[in-house]
Design a binder for this molecule. Structure first.
Ligand SMILES: [Zn+2]
Length: 262
């Protein structure tokens, strides 16, 4: 029995640190890793890592904060990578970001829908990012728009990554057939709302991820995160749901292997 980090960014670590980071993941029983790309350039950086390690896979997609505006040629390249590269197992990360808000919402939507269609066309899942604005109520707006798009597109084969929404949004997402993945933010002591979402949610709809190096865990919030911390996230879920750690590992790993076909 082993864990899977379904979302981290190995290409964002310093090259000289990567080997140690991957080694510590193995020691923590994290046997498989999906390293996620946010741009076409990053997909090009991630592929050599997947050549080097048979237990690491990658994705291709354009993050909503990384849109050039040249949508046609960029999406063509996303499709090309996704179709031709064996170790590209998903389209991502894609979605809406009203927090950094670096592009018009119409343009964010166009890229998002275009990439959902690529995922559908090549029959691979999508890794979906959704982050709301800084002001009260704006987190809801991003989720309202996201859910509306997914409903309109009838898109089911996706995961909402680093979930930060509420119970109503989690229920809508599960009703639509999508998965939800959780990072180390669930280990933060003050995160009661997210713990409530997890308490009510079946393990069969959950996957684990670190989003490393961006998110750490309770106690070391300042430092960079790394894939080894999936073990701590699994422990936190077992405590919240009052089930055994083995059950959390077994079911979330089964979910990830089925979802990404790894
Ligand atoms: Zn990410």
């Amino acid at each position: 029995m082993y864990l899977i980090d379904t979302h981290c960014h190995l290409s964002h670590f310093k090259k000289e640190d990567r080997k140690a980071v991957i080694g510590r993941a193995r020691k923590a029983n994290v046997e498989k890793i999906i390293t996620v790309a946010c741009t076409l350039e990053e997909a090009g950086e991630c592929l050599p890592i997947t050549d080097e390690y048979e237990n690491i896979w990658t994705t291709v997609g354009i993050h909503p904060t990384q849109l050039s505006g040249d949508i046609e040629s960029e999406l063509e390249k996303v499709l090309e990578y996704a179709k031709n590269e064996e170790k590209v197992v998903a389209i991502g990360e894609i979605g809406l970001d009203y927090y950094h808000d670096t592009a018009e919402h119409d343009l964010q939507t166009a890229y998002f829908v275009g990439q959902l269609n690529i995922a559908r066309q090549i029959d691979k899942p999508a890794i979906i990012h959704c982050r709301g604005g800084k002001n009260p109520g704006e987190n809801e707006q991003a989720f309202i728009d996201l859910i509306h798009i997914l409903e309109q597109e009838k898109f089911k084969n996706g995961v909402i990554h680093c979930f930060s929404g509420n119970k109503v949004e989690a229920d809508r997402i599960m009703d639509m057939g999508l998965m939800i993945s959780f990072t180390g933010i669930i280990t933060y002591k003050n995160n009661h709302d997210l713990r409530e979402v997890i308490a009510d949610m079946p393990l069969t709809r959950m996957m684990l991820e670190t989003d490393a190096p961006y998110i750490a865990i309770e106690g070391i919030q300042g430092g960079p995160g790394e894939p080894a911390y999936v073990a701590d996230i699994a422990k936190a879920i077992a405590e919240i749901k009052n089930v055994s750690l083995e059950e959390v590992i077994r079911i979330t790993t089964e979910n990830a292997e089925r979802f990404f076909q790894v």
